[in-house]
Design a protein around this ligand. Structure first.
Ligand code: ADP
Ligand code: MG
Length: 256
């Protein structure tokens, strides 16, 4: 049985159609990566699949599906002291042993008393991953989880995702700009631009004319160019998740 399935998924914000007639499914254990330009509806697709933005068409989740969600942006009020341990116990109360195990698993043993606001970008992302792991997820949904991390931080974070996926046997649905990762680690790639432009194995997608039109003709070089053209506003974002360019989209800690 499919974990999540969408048919004819359409999302409109005001008069704007952000996603149109998207057909999409994730099978158990599968790694699916969503790529596409900024504003192409990647985050909206994930949020519609999670049921936290309204959509028309059909979205089906396996009954009782356990989802671990790492949102693209998570705004934490810096005026409020928020220890890591308490953050992991929100909104659902978690036992101390459970929290300790999750932190150890993401490489932050004993971090319970540290303040969320004092974490580095990479540590912050690891805490978000720990929170997702506390769901004992059948599917991990990660929205640009390495945005704002440096290259070693990014590589380490992807290794960690891969390890936990193997241990838990969960599926992974991820938005990523990192073509290396997309190529090396995805079973399937969805190229999105308001609709599904193309989809298939990484090889098929990277050779598809629709993909090449969006990302240019090269591979890594083209993606680097793309990042420079569109993502320079994130370069100084150290991953605390608040995107100053779009403060009205800040997501406030959904427990999906
Ligand atoms: P991506 O993740 O691919 O960069 P998003 O899914 O965040 O794109 O956004 C797609 C489009 O929908 C953008 O034009 C964005 O401004 C708009 N959008 C996203 N969320 C909302 C919202 N809650 N209200 C209005 N417009 C939104
Ligand atoms: Mg996004």
């Amino acid at each position: 049985m499919k974990l999540i399935e969408a048919k004819g998924l359409t999302v409109r914000f005001g008069g704007a159609t952000v996603l149109e007639a998207v057909n999409f499914a994730v099978e158990p254990g599968e790694i699916v990566t969503v790529v596409g330009p900024n504003g192409s509806g990647k985050s909206t697709l994930l949020r519609a699949l999670l049921g936290i933005v309204p959509s028309t068409g059909e979205v089906r989740r396996k009954p009782g599906l356990r989802i671990g969600y790492v949102p693209q942006r998570l705004h934490i009020d810096r005026g409020l002291p928020m220890p890591v341990g308490r953050f992991l116990s929100l909104p659902r109360r978690r036992g101390a042993a459970e929290v300790a195990a999750a932190l150890a698993r993401v490489g932050l043993p004993g971090a319970e008393a540290r303040a969320m606001a004092d974490l580095s970008g990479g540590q912050f992302q690891r805490v978000l991953l720990a929170r997702a792991l506390l769901m004992a997820p059948e599917i991990l949904i990660l929205d640009e989880p390495t945005q704002g991390l440096d290259q070693p931080g990014e590589a380490g974070f992807y290794r960690l995702i891969d390890e936990v996926r193997r241990e838990m046997g969960c599926a992974v649905l991820m938005v990523s700009h990192d073509l290396h990762v997309v190529m090396a680690a995805s079973d399937r790639v969805i190229c999105l631009n308001g609709h599904v432009c193309c989809e298939g194995t990484p090889q098929v997608v990277s050779n598809a004319p629709e993909y090449r039109a969006l990302f240019g003709l090269g591979t890594q070089g083209a993606l680097a160019l793309y990042r420079h053209a569109h993502d320079h506003d994130h370069e100084h974002d150290h991953g605390h998740g608040h995107d100053h360019a779009h403060p009205h989209h800040a997501e406030g800690g959904q427990d999906a």
